[in-house]
Design a protein around this ligand. Structure first.
Ligand code: ARG
Length: 585
């Protein structure tokens, strides 16, 4: 028997077949199978109601016909019940759960299953995330795009898509005039060597203050910008240096967060591509001049009919909108992507709405196919005072300090709980738990909401936290260690699942497919987090009810199998979220 990775798809297919067999209009009937409220079953088909209503049929009678026409295999695999006005509930029987557990013994089996059911297999997705501005530190405001973006890349890749990670850095802009002015006059080479981003920030401030105090400085800074924009060798070299150094500093943070970009095509890359955008949009009759700027109005939109999308500033310079339009065109021509996802703060919602509207009309006029464009938004990280998180003195918190503090705090937890482990191992665990706690706290919330950053809640062994899940992972490793086995060994000769806790755990394992599917379809990692937390809880219940190292080797084997599968799914799940895992804690 081959078992579907996602049992919902098997139920769906069986119902579609039954519809034809029962004489329903199969083309018009969509079974609409979803995970059910666990009190009623594993899956629920909701499609009968709408179908029966549109045809003035009695939904319960239609449901009965359908169930009677279901193939014998599906009746053998599920307990099936009609509920309420015409829902059909399916509860997987123990032998089906068992078969699923047997069939999904390693990561590749899970990936193959996910690819078969995700609907994304073979598609190409460009994910535009992190994308900070250069010459500045990354601060806490940059955390979410990086963490959520990477999880989304891994979710899509697990579902069989080809993912292109693009860091659309802000590496061009008027700030470079003042920065270069100060760089030439006031730079501290020692500081530049040891803490370059701090030094760039200091220089920018110095240039800015000097320009505010003295109009001749302001003028000189403008000249530096003009020189840069017109390709002056010296200024270009300084600018290049600033960007290289910035990227090297960003990469240190990306390494901690498990991020490697395929592309880093920042705003400057599109400098020579914006002219064609203006021309094309003017030719298409979409762009017009308004108060010296080139703009696009959207007359059909309640706000954007009066609030235009400015695609070239009145001084003739390109802006965020021009480069984003050029980027869409470039990506379409070079990557033939199914779509592009922009993992960006929801406060940029208007920008993306206008960008996508403009791109749609533009591509339509030109007869090009527009890939799917989606703003994957997220809320703000708040302090315990419910305001955007800052240091006590009101400054932005640097991401590297935040991650450093997380590791320190995790270290205290590890020292307290696992004093017996060698120093080097404790440091390693602290790094995994610390950084993982920050990532996980960010991912386990619905991304569109703001969330309150709380050290105590996030670095805790209790609740839906990274430490709790990592601890569950280490505990399963230790079960195998104590028996002198590796995970995956000792499963031969297992008897069928029997106790209620064994069956409940197996049922939970099977639901990995549902959580993964929800996360992939809605690009929301928190569904997977909630699932992993529930799985770890289910494992605890199993482990306290059913001893694993029993004398009866057949029972031991089947329980070891459940341990190994739980471990596999916890590790795969955490890896999809870009957390590192450990064997001991
Ligand atoms: N650099 C921008 C910022 O810091 C984010 C860029 C997002 N990506 C894009 N294609 N607009 O706000």
């Amino acid at each position: 028997m081959t078992v579907a990775f996602n049992l919902a798809t098997a139920v769906e297919a069986a119902l579609a077949k039954a519809a034809a067999a029962a004489g329903l209009d199969a083309a018009a009937f969509s079974p609409d199978v979803r995970p059910a409220d666990p009190r009623h079953g594993d899956y629920q088909a909701n499609g009968v109601l709408g179908y029966a209503k549109s045809r003035k049929l009695n939904p319960r009678a239609t449901a009965e016909q359908l169930v009677a026409a279901l193939a014998p295999e599906i009746r053998d695999e599920f307990d099936i019940a009609i509920a309420g006005p015409g829902f059909i509930n399916f509860t997987a029987k123990a032998h089906l759960l068992q078969a699923w557990v047997d069939a999904h013994a390693n990561r590749s089996a899970l990936e193959a299953g996910a690819a078969a059911s995700s609907g994304k297999s073979g598609q190409v997705w460009i994910v535009d995330y992190s994308s900070p501005n250069t010459a500045k530190q990354m601060h806490v405001g940059h955390l979410r795009s990086a963490v959520i973006g990477e999880a989304i890349c891994r979710l899509l890749a697990f579902g069989g898509a080809r993912v292109i990670r693009d860091n659309h850095i802000g590496d061009w802009g008027t700030q470079f005039g003042k920065l270069i002015w100060a760089y030439k006059r006031q730079r501290d080479d020692a500081a530049l060597a040891s803490e370059p981003l701090e030094e760039f920030e200091r220089l920018y401030k110095a240039g800015n203050n000097a320009a505010e105090a003295d109009p001749t400085v302001l003028d000189e800074a403008r000249q530096e910008l003009v020189k840069l924009q017109s390709g002056d060798t010296e200024n270009l070299a300084i600018w290049r240096h600033i960007n290289e150094v910035s990227l090297a500093a960003f990469q240190k943070i990306y390494d901690l967060l498990g991020i490697h970009f395929d592309l880093t095509l920042g705003e400057s890359f599109y400098n020579d591509k914006v002219e064609a955008v203006y021309e094309s949009l003017i030719r298409a009759g979409l762009a017009e001049t308004s108060q010296g700027a080139l703009v696009v109005f959207h007359p059909e939109h309640p706000r954007f009919k009066t609030q235009p999308f400015i695609i070239r500033k009145s001084d003739g310079a390109a802006n965020y909108a021009s480069t984003d339009l050029a980027t869409i065109r470039y990506r379409t021509e070079h990557y033939h992507a199914s779509g592009a996802l922009y993992v960006v703060d929801k406060r940029q919602g208007d920008h993306f709405e206008q960008l996508f509207l403009t791109a749609k009309k533009w591509f339509d006029k030109e007869g090009w196919t527009l890939p799917r464009l989606e703003h994957v938004d997220f809320g703000t990280v708040l302090g315990e005072n419910n305001k955007p998180l800052k240091t006590r003195s009101g400054d932005n918190i640097r991401l590297k300090d935040l991650l450093g503090e997380a590791v320190e705090r995790a270290r205290r937890l590890v020292d307290e709980k696992s004093a017996e482990l060698p120093e080097g191992e404790r440091a390693e665990i602290a790094s995994i738990v610390g950084v993982g706690s920050v990532q996980y706290a960010d991912l386990c919330q619905n991304r569109s909401s703001d969330y309150v950053f709380s050290w105590d809640k996030m670095i805790s062994l209790e609740g839906n936290t990274a430490a709790y899940l990592l601890y569950a992972v280490s505990r399963i490793h230790s079960i195998f260690r104590k028996l002198g086995l590796k995970a995956g060994e000792g499963e031969a000769g297992a008897t069928a699942l029997e106790t209620p806790t064994e069956i409940a755990l197996a049922r939970r394992l099977v639901k990995f497919a549902d959580a993964l599917q929800a996360s992939i379809a809605q690009l929301c990692p928190h569904f997977l987090c909630t699932y992993l937390y529930e799985l770890a809880g289910e494992f605890s219940a199993f482990y306290s009810a059913d001893k694993v190292a029993v004398d009866d080797l057949a029972i031991r084997a089947r329980r070891l199998q459940l341990c190994a599968r739980t471990l596999l799914i916890l590790e795969c799940g955490l890896n999809i979220l870009a957390l590192k895992t450990l064997q001991r804690m």
